[in-house]
Ligand binder design. Structure first.
Ligand code: ZN
Length: 261
């Protein structure tokens, strides 16, 4: 009974299921698959310019444009600023550059990330690797589609080993964050421990058939982030007993990412 919250009893299973699917549809243009940033930025330009140009200039423009499309979007500018930081700038993330042991490119986040505020249980600055901040910023659209405005986390950057092993956790590199709660006026407070319904979904239907509205939202968030290619993986209460109360959200190091090439 722990998962059956009072508000869910007023709604049928199918209704909840449909509501989650609608939210998925809203989020899908950005959330389901991370399109390379700037992918189309060079595609419209040449055609538009060709109309106004003499034939002699057209070949040069086409060649230059094709060349620009072959280069990673953030590698074009001549700035010496790291590519990931420029990506944060473009996404409107405010941050300070900081150095921390183990973090490749450390940033201290100031303000929201992709329209979602991240707050710690204990009062501390949020320091992460730029790569994870970039992914969270892109994932903001998925969360906001469900009305989520705030996330509460326990562990972010933390020099420690994976529990029960002598291998360093991704938290040691600032590449993981443990989110316990999502909150917003529309969905209300959603706690992974109380609202996430375990054992749902399959390869064909990630969402499954959640019984509660909160369960449907958390399941939908998990599915969309997991399939977005923005993250290495999202560990949920389904993964093991250690994750009974949070999502462990982990990104690849920037240099190993395929989605930003
Ligand atoms: Zn974790």
């Amino acid at each position: 009974m722990g998962n059956l919250r009072p508000r869910a009893r007023h709604r049928g299973d199918d209704e909840i299921h449909d509501a989650a699917r609608q939210a998925d549809a809203i989020a899908s243009p950005i959330g389901l698959r991370a399109e390379p940033l700037g992918k189309n930025s060079g595609a419209r330009g040449p055609a538009a310019r060709m109309v106004a140009m003499r034939p002699a200039g057209i070949a040069a423009v086409v060649i230059a444009s094709l060349a620009s499309l072959m280069i990673a979007p953030y590698a074009r500018a001549s700035s010496t600023k790291p590519v990931c930081l420029r990506a944060l700038d473009d996404l409107g993330v405010r941050y300070d550059r900081v150095d921390r042991e183990g973090i490749e490119l450390g940033v201290r986040v100031r303000g929201d990330i992709g329209g979602v505020e991240y707050a710690a249980y204990h009062d501390a600055d949020l320091v992460l690797d730029c790569s994870l901040v970039y992914s969270l910023a892109r994932a903001g659209a998925v969360l906001r589609a469900h009305g989520i405005e705030r996330a509460t986390y326990s562990s972010a950057y933390d020099r420690r080993n994976i529990r029960g092993s002598n291998r360093p956790s991704s938290h040691s590199f600032g590449l993981a964050i443990d989110v316990h709660e999502y909150d917003g006026d529309r969905p209300g407070l959603l706690r992974v421990e109380d609202d996430y319904e375990q054992g749902l979904g399959s390869d064909e239907d990630c969402l499954g058939r959640p019984l509660t509205e909160g369960g449907a939202i958390l399941r939908s968030v998990h599915c969309r982030l997991e399939h977005s290619e923005l993250f290495r993986f999202i560990l949920s209460p389904d993964f093991d007993a250690h994750h009974f109360n949070h999502f462990h959200i982990e990104a690849e190091p920037w240099s190993e990412r395929e989605d930003v090439r």
